[in-house]
Design a protein around this ligand. Sequence first.
Ligand code: LLP
Length: 423
Amino acid sequence: MHYFAYKGKRFCAEGVAIEKIVKEVGTPVYVYSEKTLKRHYKAFDSAFAKTRRMICYSVKANSNIAVLKTFADMGSGFDIVSGGELFRALKAGADPSRIVFSGVGKRPDEIEYAIKSRILMFNVESPQELRAIDAIAGRLRKKAGIAIRVNPNVDPKTHPYISTGLKKNKFGIETEEAVREYVHAKARLKNVAPMGVDCHIGSQITEISPFVDALAKTRALLSTLRNEGLEIKYLDMGGGLGITYDKEEPPLPSRYGQAVIEGTKGLDVTLIFEPGRAMVGNAGILVTKALYTKKGSAKNFVIVDAGMNDLARPSLYGSYHAIKPVRLTDRPEITADVVGPICESGDFLAKDRLIPEVEPGESLAVMSAGAYGFSMSSNYNTRPRVAEVMASGASYSVIRKRETLADLVKGEQVAGAKGRRTK
Ligand code: LLP
């Protein structure tokens, strides 16, 4: 459910006509709906109303501080994977005691920053990382909360690039080894406090069974650990709940909640969730303008001003994003590739898509672009990153300015211009 809809012929974000944003802010532009963000957070949180829980929104999905603040104000915690994300979360007013730090390659300086910021816990992904955290915490004379991310070897049945819980994936520690690490941490590593078990199996999961399978395995691990005398207080289920891009029918948060509550009955833990996509995916669109249209002998092309550097998902995963005209017309439909200006054949937003004929200068809305849209965008082809806008009721705010040409060369200098390096 989201608040993007036609009012008459004009496509709107809540009460704001997209055409107005296009006129005032330009294109390409990401537009988010605040009411949708809030609705998604509430739907997820209330699915667990009867349990002890912490929703830790996964910052990587959309890290704009206005988005983070919207969730922080609703009581959300955060799942971070870098010092940069920690900085953003704190800037948005996050409560550090509701922050978990995931990721396979945490650098020493990032670990130190997180310990000093007093985050809740690290989701540890390797034995060496565990020892590194212990050593850094020792140096700082602090105790770091930890969970081990276990790799339950469950197939999430999603795109291979975003499946993470299989033995062949780089993530987490296999269950048997994880038990040994917990026992070692308890007995020998004085500067870490094992307090949780963590498991994240992948993203855009549209069935309930992979979650249930992973939960059963984690549950078994939890009782083994308790038998070993470990005091496990948190069970982090990761993120991964899918959304509808096209015809997918992912479980509603309430259904997911039911399954998790069923699977954790009697466990006496605080549940942690790290949803990203389910919070923001359908709360954002990318608005782009048609520059030219072109008819080849094999294909029709609509060439637009947003490219794979602005929204990488179609090129990277072959993902489907619905495309809607910002103003409805009576024109007939054509089958076309909607492509960007980047010098790569892989630069497309849609392939062989049935859309109403488009004229240059008209705008299109690329739907479901709120998650992994702007956050994965780049300056490839030296293109300024686009503006982001938050619609709220009848008004909107620019929550990130469009980058300028000067921004593009910030920090660069001609070699040898200053402080020439000698061998
Ligand atoms: N927790 C961990 C440890 C993760 O690695 C991720 C996502 C999440 C939570 C949030 O997962 P979500 O609820 O959003 O599924 N760029 C890809 C998705 C990559 C997901 C990476 N990890 C895409 O555009 O589909």
